[in-house]
Design a protein around this ligand. Structure first.
Ligand code: ZN
Length: 67
């Protein structure tokens, strides 16, 4: 029995091809993320090889407290 690919709908995402909302699903294939539209068949693979560096600035804790 073939196991179905674990697809996950992206809430609020708009398809760049057909402009429809909540039609994009994301799933993992061979270590990479693939984003596809169930409405028009748009498909895009997202490279996950490099971690986004701008995440570091979001987790910066400002310790500007004076005791
Ligand atoms: Zn689409």
């Amino acid at each position: 029995m073939k196991k179905p690919v674990n697809r996950r709908f992206i809430a609020g995402a708009v398809c760049p091809a057909c402009q429809k909302m909540d039609k994009l699903v994301m799933y993992r294939e061979e270590g990479r993320l693939v984003r596809t539209c169930v409405c028009c068949g748009f498909e895009e693979s997202l490279d996950t090889g490099t971690a986004p560096s701008n995440n570091a600035s979001q987790t910066t804790i400002v310790t500007d407290r004076q005791n």
